[in-house]
Design a protein around this ligand. Sequence first.
Ligand SMILES: Nc1ncnc2c1ncn2[C@@H]1O[C@H](COP(=O)(O)OP(=O)(O)O)[C@@H](O)[C@H]1O
Ligand SMILES: [Mg+2]
Length: 360
Amino acid sequence: MSSFDFLGSEQTIFSNPDALDPDFIPKLLPHRENEQQFVATAIKPLFHGRTGISLIVSGPSGIGKTVSVKRVVMDLEEHEEADNIAKLNINCWKANTTYKVLSEIATQLGLRFIQNLKTNELINKVISRLEQYDGVVIVLDEIDKADDTDFLYHILENIKKRTIILLTNEPNINAQLDYRIISRLTPETLEFKEYTASETFDILKERLKYAFYQDTWSSEAFAELSKVASGYKDIRVGITLLKITGELAEQDSSKKVTLEHVKEATKRVSTLKPAAVNKTFKDEEKLVLDICERSSGKTTGELFKKYSKAGGEKSEKTFKRTLDSLKRKGLIKLKPTGEGFQGRSSIIEYLGPEKKITDF
Ligand SMILES: Nc1ncnc2c1ncn2[C@@H]1O[C@H](COP(=O)(O)OP(=O)(O)O)[C@@H](O)[C@H]1O
Ligand SMILES: [Mg+2]
């Protein structure tokens, strides 16, 4: 490296660091054009006063489900026909009960004085506001994480000109939803497939151009990063790697990102649980682990109730065996409380993978 390759203290290799934020929504999403088209087609009937098509969008995490649907809904802003269409986006992991979902919808609709309303009053208020629109697009992201989906029933019963899009990592979400809901929703399904290595390459290359100044990356460094990211089968990991690698290069005051920076960044993200590990996980373990994560600090009995509510079908005994298995894998801790049947009740502490991608 010649001495001219050093970065001055005021200089940076990032042209737009925000492009590496988890919430960044690029204008163009390479290799998701068809999926976006499918979503747009489901919404379009609303432009002509007809009812839309509802969708279940499924596929593993980190492959662009959320961002693709968000982009399509954002692009509606550019269409006059969509001016009087309500556009709602709810994450059912964060808003996981009927009351929370309705409050979130009310907030997005700009409704005020909703704090002290009972669920029924809130439903009525939300529905009568939605009725004022020519059509309604509701995206319910991570619907598999919702503890109850009654809100959906009310919307389906009352709002006819609608496109409801349910996003899920669980392939058989139908089984989790009430028959009353499915029969009214009559959704089409759109399955997102994992990206191939070359698609991962294109997507990350594009993101790199958004985030870094030209010529800051050697092609060998980028090729390595793309290869590592592809192994994780999750674009989020690739974006995290771009960010950490860039920061490491800057710490070195280097104007160029090198293979060594990528290797160091790779080491740092290796504390993340690779998708490969995730996949060898049985669905049952995933479900139980999810519940442990969301209810860390609760007892086995309380967790079992949540598990049954979330659609878990196994007996309490099997449930406890799954907990033991998660404990052996170092993902949870069990602390006996000395209470419960034969003193076997424990408090569950979620440990999970050491770090989450969002920690970076
Ligand atoms: N085709 C794509 N082009 C650009 N960025 C993408 C693409 N697919 C996924 N991403 C990015 O990868 C990350 C994960 O995507 P996301 O939509 O959250 O995945 P999912 O909802 O399937 O878990 C986000 O930061 C997103 O912007
Ligand atoms: Mg998502």
